[in-house]
Write a protein that binds this ligand. Structure first.
Ligand code: HEM
Ligand SMILES: *[C@@H]1O[C@H](CO)[C@@H](O)[C@H](O)[C@H]1NC(C)=O
Ligand SMILES: *[C@@H]1O[C@H](CO)[C@@H](O)[C@H](O)[C@H]1NC(C)=O
Length: 492
């Protein structure tokens, strides 16, 4: 009898062992039930804890984040390969985000809707002039230069008064994005535009309060979280109400317009009697606010990081200024994209900022949509995938002194730009950022012309510790510098 029991027990044990081995999940830290590893993550800088774990467990590891089982990847080559796979083309299904976005828009959508709308947005970008060359590109550039000039005239009036660059760039970059997205610009003090800007500033704070909800939906029972979610939803509704009024007030001119709203309205009319598409008013509103959200906060914060590091690295600023003086030959005193082609150092500065302070340090998560193997490990369907930008951008294997601002690491000895495989601010694959080229143009034109016009420095009287706090940044939806002011001193 006892023999039989022993044999049964042994085979059960063996079965469990087999099952465990076959699961062959990537290694990773243990967590506790329900919350997983969350209690050990740095609450304000989670990407730093995730990077320490990558140093310990390697380029792919697994981690339980509340409700979501995740893998974190930090080897640039395998990240690129993984992100290019069709099985990774979807985004994680977060309950709270679904509640807010109702699976509309672009960033958090999946399946057919995502495919159709992404194609539509990529086409719109070509229509407005995000192309290698041509008249449309020239027009688009004029539009950016227009807001750059307004920014510069505004800064000329500041008379060395320290300026909060966040508020300022939100106005002007916001104007530009409204122009291409809504075909409309508001005066700075228009109540609706002021409302939308406050929402954008407030939104990041609210979103960071709501972030824990995406991994721990159970927190909904706490009133603070419920309240934040309802405030976000209220903001979305009010934004859509403003958009709908704009749509109603547009007439025949729509036919000649190239803004996203106009193209969408034309598509709606064209497909009025078709079925099986997503060109309806609700999708239009969500798409417009998605593009505004994805385009404005990211570029505003990257530009703020850029100016902050220019203020802290006067030698680089000075070198850029002398190069800019050389290429600036036009009567209008504007540095354009053509001029910038002759200043690799300017581009290198923008790359270096995006490496050192990426606006999405933890990466924008994807999800695995069927059971697959990655680097020999089994990754089950539904696993969240984090391409950890912070780890890749700060890996000593790829970057010497990764903590130091050193734009010339993006240049070879002859002064030409070089591609770095560990540099991935826009991620990669079919779902990579659609706005990469446009962002670079905005950043180059603002960056070059501001540095050309002004000597910039950080406000006086800050201690080293205060400066460290500013450059360490604050992490909400994006990583932004902590509150600070910049002094602009006219130089030409
Ligand atoms: C410094 C500027 C920017 C950075 C660093 C940035 C970064 C990113 C990243 C990391 C993603 C996730 C991509 C992935 O899953 O692989 C993303 C997605 C996206 N970005 Fe950007 N972005 C920037 C500017 C813009 C601009 C100006 C636009 C508007 C035209 C834009 C529109 C989008 C959209 C629509 C998506 C979602 C794409 C999809 O899910 O299919 N971004 N961005
Ligand atoms: C602001 O938007 C509301 C709602 O769409 C609209 O009724 C109102 O006319 C707008 N106000 C201004 C000043 O444009
Ligand atoms: C701007 O900075 C440069 C170099 O630091 C200096 O030589 C120049 O005098 C400054 N210009 C103004 C107007 O302050």
């Amino acid at each position: 009898m006892s023999w039989i029991v022993i044999i049964i027990l042994l085979s059960i044990l063996y079965g469990c062992y087999q099952w465990y081995c076959n699961k062959n999940l990537p290694p990773g830290p243990w967590g506790v039930p329900i919350v997983g590893y969350l209690p050990w993550l740095n609450p304000t800088k989670p990407y730093k804890t995730l990077t320490e774990l990558a140093r310990k467990y390697g380029p792919i590891y697994s981690i339980q984040m509340g409700k979501h089982f995740a893998i974190v990847m930090s080897d640039p080559i395998s990240v690129r390969t993984a992100l290019a796979r069709n099985e990774l083309a979807d985004r994680t299904n977060f309950e709270v985000i679904n509640e807010i976005m109702q699976e509309h828009g672009l960033i958090f959508t999946r399946g057919e809707l995502w495919k159709e709308q992404r194609k539509f947005v990529c086409n719109w970008l070509k229509v407005i002039g995000v192309t290698k060359f041509g008249d449309k590109k020239t027009d688009l550039q004029l539009n950016i230069v227009d807001v750059v000039s307004s920014t510069i005239s505004n800064l000329r009036q500041t008379n060395k008064r320290p300026i909060d660059t966040g508020k300022l760039f939100l106005v002007y970059i916001g104007d530009f994005v409204n122009r291409i997205v809504l075909g409309k610009e508001w005066p700075e003090d228009d109540p609706n535009w002021t409302y939308l800007r406050n929402l954008a500033e407030d939104g990041s704070k609210k979103f960071s309060i709501a972030t824990p909800l995406s991994v721990l939906p159970i927190l909904k029972i706490i009133p603070k979280y419920r309240k934040t979610v309802s405030e976000i939803i209220e903001g979305v509704l009010k934004t859509h109400f403003i958009y709908k009024t704009l749509m109603e007030n547009r007439g025949k001119e729509v036919d000649q317009c190239k803004d996203l709203m106009a193209l969408f309205m034309k598509e709606m009319t064209k497909r009025k009697n078709d079925i099986g598409h997503f060109f309806n008013e609700k999708q239009c509103c969500f798409l417009l606010s998605d593009i505004f959200g994805a385009g404005v906060e990211t570029t505003v914060n990257t530009l703020r990081w850029f100016l902050l590091y220019m203020a802290l690295n006067k030698d680089v600023q000075c070198e850029l200024q002398s190069l800019l003086d050389l290429v600036c030959t036009g009567d209008d005193g504007i540095i354009d994209l053509e001029n910038i082609e002759h200043i690799p150092l300017l581009k290198a500065c923008v790359y270096e900022i995006m490496r050192l302070r990426p606006v999405a340090p933890s990466g924008i998560p994807r999800v695995v949509n069927k059971d697959i193997t990655i680097l020999g490990y089994q990754v089950p369907k539904g696993t969240m995938v984090l391409p950890l930008q912070w780890a890749m951008h700060h890996d000593k294997k790829y970057w010497m002194d990764p903590e130091i601002f050193q734009p010339k690491r993006f240049m070879d000895d002859d002064g030409n730009l070089i591609n770095k495989k560990a540099f991935m601010p826009f991620q990669a694959g079919k779902r990579a950022c659609v706005g990469d080229t446009l962002s670079y143009w905005i950043l180059y034109l603002f960056g070059a012309n501001i540095i050309h016009n002004f000597n910039i420095s950080l406000e006086d009287g800050l201690s080293e510790q205060e400066i460290n706090t500013i450059t360490d940044g604050e992490f909400g939806i994006t990583l932004s510098p902590a509150k600070h002011s910049i002094v602009f001193e006219t130089r030409i």
